[in-house]
Design a protein around this ligand. Structure first.
Ligand code: BTN
Length: 247
């Protein structure tokens, strides 16, 4: 379904896609390297060679969950199928758009999803650490690439095929478009958010963004709300009110 273009480099695949996108088209762009990769919350997405930098459009049809969650699940399912069983067990998501690796009880950022809207389309950006080396990065999240995970878990330095990973993701997205594969069950299996304890969260309350720490989080995807617990206090917030979870 997708017409895929592979660029050696560009500022941002998001901007490239928005420049060329017309209605009723399904376009996807990969770049081997980006100079101005965009992350969520207006952050930069460091885009060294070896990573996957993919953008594609998807019509803004009604979805029963936020797009960032749906596409995070689709990407996680696709990656789980792509890597071997041992690596697959470590992959999951943290609400609302982080792809993570769980290793020895710690969570490392493997990638992220950025959802923007352009006319009648979502423009979805996927950044995944694949063959690039990120374990020395000192951001708010510790990071890991698939290559580094494979070295730690399987004791093998394996070079993954970035274009193949992208095609696999686009196939899953096409399948979701044509037959609405059931995301819900997989979401519950893949979501590591519930496991986080004493977690710092950026919350939008009373008109401003505040960072607060909670003992526990529960996400109720049916009722589209997040339940936060602190001592004996319980706070229920709609999805949009929880902006970021630090882990
Ligand atoms: C996040 O902050 O977690 C989301 C990062 C999304 C990065 C991807 S890389 C491909 C696409 N092009 C961009 O400039 N950003 C997205």
């Amino acid at each position: 379904m997708y017409k895929l273009t592979i660029l050696d480099e560009c500022d941002s695949t998001q901007e490239e896609l928005k420049k060329t996108l017309k209605d009723n088209e399904f376009l996807a762009i990969i770049a081997k390297k980006q100079f101005k990769g965009k992350g969520s919350y207006s952050r930069e997405w460091i885009s060294d060679p070896g990573g996957l930098y993919l953008s594609f459009n998807f019509p803004t049809i009604p979805l029963n969950l936020p797009a960032s969650i749906i596409f995070s699940v689709i990407v996680a399912i696709s990656l789980q199928e792509y890597v071997d069983h041992t690596l697959g067990k470590h992959l999951g998501i943290i609400y609302p758009n982080d792809l993570v690796v769980k290793l020895n009880g710690n969570y490392y950022k493997l990638g992220g999803i950025l959802v923007e809207i352009c006319g009648n389309n979502y423009v979805i950006g996927i950044g995944i650490n694949v063959n690039n080396q990120v374990s020395n990065y000192q951001f708010e999240h510790k990071a890991l690439s698939l290559n580094e995970l494979s070295r730690i878990v399987n004791n093998k330095t394996y070079k993954f095929d970035v274009v193949d990973i992208a095609k696999n993701i686009l196939d899953k997205v096409s399948l979701f478009y044509s037959s609405r594969i059931d995301i819900y069950q997989r979401l519950l299996e893949l979501d590591f958010t519930h496991e986080l304890k004493n977690v710092k969260i950026l919350v939008f309350m009373d008109g401003e963004e505040v960072i607060d720490t909670f003992d526990n989080i529960k996400i109720d995807y049916n009722l589209k709300k997040i339940v936060l617990y602190k001592s004996r206090m319980r706070k229920d917030l709609e999805f949009e009110k929880v902006r970021r979870i630090f882990y």
